[in-house]
Design a protein around this ligand. Structure first.
Ligand SMILES: *Cc1c(COP(=O)(O)O)cnc(C)c1O
Length: 390
């Protein structure tokens, strides 16, 4: 019989915890991405109150910058307190009413999360299918509409789990609107990095997260709704299940009134403002082009190493490069090697693609030629350590 070691535990002595010194990583995974020094500086500026006149002005500026980046004139454009999943749940939990039917995709991890949220909101869920690694086909979406007549259609513009960019967005929104449905676009990994035009493409609701293509720490997440969608939200017969994310209440704070609902995450709003200022300085279209070019170099370099992209060229997602793990190579060992030897973070596959792909992000401040060169050289070394010859 072995003896259980006795650990001395006391609540009286203060825990001896060292000063915070996180490792200096290069973040090339599915998010967070490297934060721009200007954003970090903005986060160390003093707090003001969330109802301070100076903060009210900051809120207006953030809303304008969000509209610019979403390419929308929507009045209802706000940062939701929380990560991307909070803006996602605000979108789905407010728009989907009990008894509504929501159509969701099955071609990636985040369509599954849409399903869970719609079910919790009391919705019936129906699906439109495509394999993981392929986009939705508008023909299948049309069939799903004819068969199920959904009230709300959700799709993932940039599927971070598969590296697939959904093309033909205006075609999808046309189908939905011809059936009087509302469209929710998950633009978490496209916002600020890949062409996204909320108004021109007739998207009713779009949500995002700050820690992907705009390289801002997680904590305040972009959301926009057009008037048509907001009318549905304000006409609900019963309030949404979440008090915290109830947009009819948040309207009091982010709308004209500016009255207390909950304390805004002030520091995260500062950070978002600075990250979006960087977007505006660069110019949104130039920023899309940079992602395309820099990620294009990454993709070419990966192919030079003899690796194969998971998504076909027509729907390759610049901000998230899903690469197939070659036969005989241990995917986790390569990820560990990059982290231990080079301080580089990349990620493994999720769900149907677990063990089959690596996910290499190229987002925001991480989307720089020097990062691409670095990750390619490190990857070549990690593969060689596994006996793989480029
Ligand atoms: C990251 C991500 C989310 C969730 O965002 P969190 O900030 O992790 O809550 C949702 N959808 C997509 C496509 C994502 O990549």
């Amino acid at each position: 019989m072995s003896e259980t070691p006795q650990v001395e535990r006391s609540t009286e002595a203060a825990p001896a915890v060292d000063e915070l010194t996180p490792p200096d990583r290069t973040l090339m995974g599915p998010g967070p991405s490297d934060v721009h020094p200007r954003v970090l500086r903005a986060m160390s500026t003093p707090l003001v109150g969330h109802l301070d006149p100076s903060f009210i002005e900051i809120m207006d500026e953030v809303q304008d910058l969000l509209r610019y980046t979403f390419r929308t004139d929507n009045q209802w454009t706000i940062p939701v307190s929380g990560t991307g999943s909070a803006s996602m749940e605000a979108a789905i939990g407010n728009l989907v009413e009990p008894g509504d039917t929501m159509l969701v995709p099955t071609n990636g991890y985040f369509g599954g999360r849409m399903r869970s949220m719609a079910e919790r909101a009391g919705g019936e869920v129906v699906t439109v299918d495509a394999p993981w690694g392929e986009p939705l086909d508008p023909v299948d979406v049309e069939h799903a509409f004819d068969e199920h007549q959904p009230d709300v259609f959700g799709f993932v513009h940039a599927e971070t789990s598969t590296g697939v960019l959904q093309p033909n967005v205006p075609e999808l929104t046309d189908i939905a609107h011809a059936h009087d449905a509302y469209v929710i676009a998950d633009s978490v990994t496209s916002f600020g990095g890949v062409e996204l035009r909320v108004d021109e493409w007739d998207i009713d609701v779009a949500y995002s997260g700050p820690q992907k293509c705009i390289s801002c720490p997680p904590g305040a997440s972009p959301l926009t709704l057009n008037d048509r969608a907001m009318d549905k939200v304000l006409d609900r017969e019963e309030p949404p299940k979440s008090w915290y994310l109830d947009l009819s209440l948040l309207e009091g704070y982010w709308g004209d009134e500016r009255s207390y609902h909950h304390t805004a995450p002030i520091t995260n709003v500062y950070a978002l403002r600075e990250a979006l200022r960087l977007v505006a300085e660069e110019g949104i279209e130039a920023r899309w082009e940079r992602h395309n070019e820099v990620a294009g170099e990454l993709k070419a370099g990966l192919q030079d190493l003899g690796l194969e992209m998971n998504a076909a060229d027509e729907y390759w997602l610049p901000s998230l490069n899903a690469v197939r793990v070659p036969d005989g190579v241990d995917d986790a060992a390569v990820i560990d090697h990059l982290l231990a030897e080079y301080d580089i973070e990349i990620a493994s596959g999720l769900g149907d693609l677990a063990g089959d792909i690596w996910r290499i992000g190229c987002m925001g401040h991480s989307a720089r030629p020097k990062n691409v060169e670095y990750v390619l050289a490190a990857l070549e070394d990690a593969l060689a350590a596994q006996g793989y010859e480029a």
